[in-house]
Design a protein around this ligand. Structure first.
Ligand code: GLP
Length: 280
């Protein structure tokens, strides 16, 4: 597992966006080769999305040959509700870029048959050739998507009830009123994310520090579902200084010492290559 430590939220967002940019440019998506992205919602990825939109506007990135699969969605929230994950994704990313609506996939929490919706979501991921890069955030309890503590680490897309902790954490998006937070969700499973060819998790803020410690320094445990990625062959966690507060000094020093190596992954070299190609 790689652990990339940046100074603060803005630096983390920028690094994450550059990493995604470079992965997409290296992949060279085209009509016969779509880049398939798994995407999260939440406050954490907002800065990265903003930066990706900037790359699109600068003509550096195109999403024409990109397919996306979102991690999760609330059950029983109108699709056009400002806090639905549909609204979040269109407001923060999709409406600003050239992605084709038919290439966007978000679970439908209003489907009449939720189990069928989940089954078909897995089939759509398989039909798209699997996910190249699954990006995620985590809850303060270490959940990934809505895989709450105790979720099976080989779970697939399904209906999940939210824990009290998650309802409290997400009440900030519903005017601080816990009773307005949906109690159920549709979520990809830990196994669904594990199947991606690469997993990238963004962790920022002191309130995620204990979860980051559990993810990096403790064992794989279904009570901290993000810890499953210790067993992924290509997992990268991008975090800020605040999120490292519970890590051992030697862990932080080791990974910081690797920054010159890691920074190559988010370097701007590819960018000049694109600009060179454009000038031809
Ligand atoms: C929700 C989502 C998660 C997300 C988490 C953290 O619970 N289901 O996918 O990672 O919130 O959100 P934030 O980034 O706002 O802290």
């Amino acid at each position: 597992m790689r652990l990339v430590i940046l100074d603060d939220y803005d630096k983390t967002s920028e690094w994450a966006a550059k990493y995604v940019r470079n992965r997409m440019l290296d992949f060279k998506p085209g009509p016969d080769k779509y880049f398939v992205l798994g995407l999260p919602t939440g406050g954490t990825p907002k800065g990265m999305y903003k930066k990706l939109v900037e790359f699109y506007k600068q003509g550096v990135l195109s999403f024409k040959y990109v397919k996306t699969f979102n991690m999760d969605e609330y059950v029983n929230i109108p699709r056009d509700h400002p806090e639905s994950y549909h609204s979040f994704m269109w407001d923060n990313l999709f409406k600003h870029i050239d992605i084709l609506p038919e290439n966007v996939h978000i679970l439908d929490g209003n489907a009449t048959d939720l189990d069928k919706e989940c089954r078909e979501y897995e089939e759509k991921i398989t039909a798209a050739g699997g996910i190249e890069l699954f990006i995620g955030g985590i809850g303060p309890d270490g959940h990934i998507a809505f895989n709450e503590p105790g979720s099976s680490l080989v779970s697939r897309t399904r209906v999940k009830s939210l824990t009290k902790d998650t309802i409290i954490a997400n009440a900030r998006f519903f005017g601080g009123d816990e009773s307005k937070v949906p109690t159920e969700s549709l979520t990809v499973g830990v196994g669904t994310v594990m199947d991606a060819r690469e997993v990238m998790i963004i962790v920022t803020g002191a309130n995620k520090a204990f979860a980051l410690y559990k993810a990096v320094e403790e064992g794989v445990n279904h009570m901290w579902t993000v810890s499953a990625f210790q067993q992924h062959r290509r997992a990268i966690i991008i975090c800020d200084e605040d999120a490292t507060l519970e890590l051992r000094v030697k862990t932080v020093k080791y990974f910081k010492g690797l920054m010159p190596v890691h920074n190559k992954l988010a370097a701007d070299d590819d960018l000049s290559e694109v600009q060179r190609q454009k000038k031809k």
